[in-house]
Design a protein around this ligand. Structure first.
Ligand code: UN1
Length: 481
């Protein structure tokens, strides 16, 4: 047995009292390694180091931070095959998806490397004679990060890169299921030259490491991606404690994809299958409600079913696999429970939904398609987070739009149509943070804002230049000259 992978605190790799195995969901006999399980004291040490490092780090010239982030990007690109393999092995998305996600992480570091030197302020005349006003942006201080298992490197990248770009210090707690990619990323960042204390990694349990980050008075801000119930607890703890922390929450989705009679059928089928089932449906941006008008409904359902029959569900690392396993047993149980709920609510399971046997023991589930669903069913209202989608039949565009917006969530909303009128109307009236026309609801660019409305998100947007809203704070200075 090799020694557990360690946490990174105050510029050192530090062993923890406990460790936990990181298991491959494609083959539960394959253990990626044992990873440290940090304690509240480890968080305290990391926060103290981050606090101590902040004054000097926040005053480095932006170009120094640019060089570090650029070095991180270059190493990620150079190692994308190896890092993609590690990611797919621990998370279960296919190798192509794993390498794609690693590439995205590299692009994010490259983007924020450039953003370091673009952080502009404003200069205005005051309303008082002889006085000038300046508006500048400054870093926040120590930022706690709590990230989910479904994007083991891209989500950490889009939180860490802007945090460092704008001069903040980081204490990063990755999801327990995917510490391997997090450990590899932090190793790259520290070797790129960040000073001790600026970047800290504390792996471990949400109830211990996450909770201490939320409670710690010297943590100034928390950025979180995960489920709605956890997000609510994060918000309550982060605001209710000794320090009222700035918060950014990215939570669930129940994203609609509207398919109109005038859609290009081939595009609609690819858009739906990609959005609903790729990455095993484990994306907050997944299309889980397929809202289809009467005239195309039967053709669409038949074509999607045909396409699903051709998808290979197997080991994430095997060539030819289209859909990898579900991430773990708990998530698989949740998926199966919802498939049962859908049946008992009266929806028709038109395809899939059964467990699959493969060479190795893993969490293999045949993608499930429900038809005859209504928008009031639990399978249409609650986030399942698996390869399960429900078709809701509607009369026309107006009903489709109303159903699309009738949800407690508002992350991503899609439409397949060849009508400029309907596409334009939908972009304007979809009650979501992101709208996709003839494109899957999932799969986003790295240089434009990411985030939702209603129950999906809280606080400023992530990604692109808009990330500065969360990762900096504004100062207004007046001078009488
Ligand atoms: C994407 O669809 O490309 O957790 C990104 C999630 C989102 C990221 C989705 N925060 O699924």
């Amino acid at each position: 047995m090799t020694a557990p992978f360690r946490n990174f605190i105050a510029g050192e790799w530090v062993a923890a009292a406990e460790a936990a195995p990181n298991v491959n969901p494609s083959n539960v006999a394959d253990v990626v390694g044992d990873f440290a399980r940090g304690s509240a004291a480890d968080v305290d040490a990391a926060v103290a180091a981050a606090k101590a490092a902040f004054p000097a780090w926040s005053r480095t010239v932006p170009y120094a931070r640019h060089e570090i982030l650029k070095t991180v990007a270059a190493e990620i690109f150079a190692r994308k095959e190896e890092l993609g393999r590690l990611l797919s092995r621990e998370e279960g998305k296919t190798l192509a998806e794993g390498i794609g996600e690693v590439t995205r992480a590299g692009q994010i570091f490259e983007f924020f490397a450039a953003e370091t030197v673009r952080l502009a302020g404003e200069t205005l005349p005051s309303v008082r004679p002889g006085v000038g006003a300046e508006v500048t942006r400054e870093p926040l201080g120590v930022i706690g990060m709590i990230t989910p298992w479904n994007f083991p490197i891209a989500i950490p990248a889009w939180k860490i890169a802007p945090a460092l770009a704008y001069g903040n210090c980081v204490v990063f707690k990755p999801a327990e299921l995917v510490p391997g990619s997090a450990h590899a990323l932090v190793d790259i960042i520290v070797r790129a030259g960040v000073p001790a204390g600026v970047m800290n990694l504390v792996m471990g349990k949400g109830s211990v490491v996450g909770q201490r980050l939320l409670d710690h008075p010297d943590v100034h801000a928390i950025t979180f991606t995960g489920s709605v119930p956890t997000g609510r607890r994060v918000a309550a703890a982060a605001i209710g404690g000794e320090t009222m922390k700035k918060i950014q929450l990215e939570m669930g989705g129940k994203n609609p994809l509207v398919v109109l009679d005038d859609a290009d059928l081939a595009i609609a089928v690819e858009t739906a299958v990609n959005g609903a089932y790729f990455s095993t449906g484990q994306r907050c941006t997944a299309s889980s409600r397929l809202i289809v008008t009467e005239g195309i409904h039967d053709r669409f359902v038949a074509a999607v079913t045909e396409r699903l029959k051709g998808l290979v569900v197997d080991d994430a690392l095997k060539a030819g696999t289209h859909i990898g396993p579900v991430v773990d047993e708990g998530q698989l149980d949740q998926d199966m429970r919802y498939i049962e709920i859908g049946r008992s609510e009266g929806a028709r399971l038109a395809f899939g939904g059964e467990l699959l046997d493969r060479d190795a023991e893993g969490f293999y589930l045949q993608p499930a398609l429900f038809t005859e669903a209504t928008n009031s069913m639990r399978i249409a209202r609650e986030e399942i987070f698996g390869p399960v989608a429900a078709v809701i039949r509607v009369k026309d565009y107006d009903e489709a739009l109303a159903v699309a917006n009738d949800t407690p969530f508002g992350l991503s909303s899609g439409i397949c149509t060849t009508s400029l009128k309907h596409a334009t109307h939908f972009k304007r009236n979809a009650d979501a943070g992101m709208v996709m026309v003839n494109l899957p609801t999932a799969g986003v660019d790295f240089h434009v804002p990411f985030g939702g409305r209603k129950g999906s998100s809280y606080g400023p947007r992530e990604q692109g230049s808009y990330a500065r809203e969360f990762f900096t704070q504004v100062k207004t200075a007046y001078t009488l000259a």
